[in-house]
Write a protein that binds this ligand. Structure first.
Ligand SMILES: [Zn+2]
Length: 256
């Protein structure tokens, strides 16, 4: 029986620091800012037991040092020296147990947004940082379209019911783009209406699920004729392979 819940703490303009908690303890994913975490721990009388980092960007790791100054806890993260606070460096396929919560977690290397980006998968949850967003994917700062395609394909093979905890609240902007890229997808208007209602009452649109993403996320649908057609029109030539389609729509999204 699940004895914990997952709570989003807001940071900066649109980051979420996902917090796994029970009555007395908490683990945080990507604490870009320590203050919202410290405030929450104090208010809820929780003891921090672990930090998880998906990638090195400051808005995901910037709070590590201040949290560790208060409580020395294990920090799980990628093999990347740009996150000096990591104490348990994880490679692809490596398993670990989330302290206190005893959740069996698996590491997935998912390069594309950055070269060393990882995801944490376990307990029916996926913490995927800035690689997979609801109806979108991360920008390609250090990786290639092929890497992003391979990473997203891997994530899409997880169980449909897997809850997807992304690093940012980007869903509405992503859905506007998804509608432009795949105008006839009947799931998109219905999903957009539900997500708009959530945002109108200041609630998060996350977590998503892998099943929802497979049905609505253009970056997971690069073999769909409608997406291939949109990308080809945009490129003014017939695109035939999924990596080229992904590269084209990622580029289009950047200027959307
Ligand atoms: Zn990032």
């Amino acid at each position: 029986m699940q004895s914990y819940e997952v709570v989003p703490l807001r940071a900066f303009a649109d980051n979420y620091i996902w917090t796994i908690r029970d009555a007395g303890h908490a683990a945080v994913v990507d604490p870009g800012d320590a203050q919202p975490v410290l405030d929450y721990l104090q208010r809820e009388k929780l003891e921090l037991v672990a930090i998880l980092n998906t990638h090195h960007h400051a808005d995901h790791v910037g709070g590590n040092a201040a949290l560790l100054a208060r409580t020395a806890v294990p920090v799980f993260g990628p093999h990347d020296e740009r996150i000096p606070e990591v104490t348990v460096r994880l490679a692809d396929g490596q398993r670990f147990v989330m302290p206190h919560f005893n959740i069996d977690m698996e590491t997935l290397e998912i390069p594309g947004h950055t070269r060393s980006h990882i995801a944490f998968h376990g307990g029916g949850m996926l913490f995927c940082g800035d690689t997979l967003f609801a109806a979108g994917c991360g920008r390609l700062f250090e990786g290639t379209p092929r890497q992003m395609h391979d990473s997203l394909t891997r994530l899409s093979r997880l169980d449909d019911a897997t809850r997807v905890y992304c690093g940012h609240e980007y869903t509405l902007a992503n859905l506007r783009f998804a509608r432009a890229a795949e105008p006839d997808n009947p799931r998109l208007p219905e999903l957009e209406a539900r997500m708009q209602a959530l945002r109108a009452s200041d609630r998060p649109t996350l977590p998503s699920t892998i099943g929802q993403e497979k049905a609505t996320n253009p970056f997971l649908r690069v073999t769909e004729p409608a997406i291939i057609h949109s990308a080809s029109t945009r490129a003014a030539k017939k695109l035939t392979d999924p990596v080229s389609v992904l590269a084209q729509i990622r580029d289009w999204k950047n200027s959307f």
